[in-house]
Design a protein around this ligand. Structure first.
Ligand SMILES: [Zn+2]
Length: 118
């Protein structure tokens, strides 16, 4: 991958990172004023399951943020777009759809197959 392409991915990744951090910030501030009056136990239960949902989302966001940061590091190192398993270049279509990926489609398919067996 040439520098120009790598920098285009850097811009995409940084935008995704900013969006995620902004969303995560919203979730956190939404959670600080949750102590409103919900005397009805049903309301409280649904509020708690909403909160579990938020925590799961935030966990997913955290993992994605870590992946984006790792991808940005790979751009700095010049290893971005190289499959970490077979060291072949990852297809452009796959990278465009999922710039944080570290595996080419063949290795990803193989990994998923192994996971199903295991
Ligand atoms: Zn591969």
């Amino acid at each position: 991958m040439d520098t120009e392409q790598a920098e285009a991915y850097r811009a995409i990744l940084q935008q995704q990172l900013e969006d995620l951090l902004r969303e995560a910030g919203k979730t956190v501030s939404g959670m600080t004023d949750e102590h409103e009056n919900f005397p009805d136990p049903t309301d409280r239960a649904s509020m708690e399951s909403d909160r579990n949902f938020e925590l799961r989302i935030r966990d997913r966001e955290r993992r994605l943020i870590a992946k984006i940061r790792a991808a940005l590091e790979r751009i700095d190192e010049g290893t971005f777009g190289i499959c970490e398993s077979c060291e072949e270049e990852i297809g452009a279509a796959r990278l465009r759809a999922r710039p944080v990926t570290t595996l080419c489609i063949d290795c990803k398919t193989e990994q998923e197959r192994q996971e199903r067996i295991g």
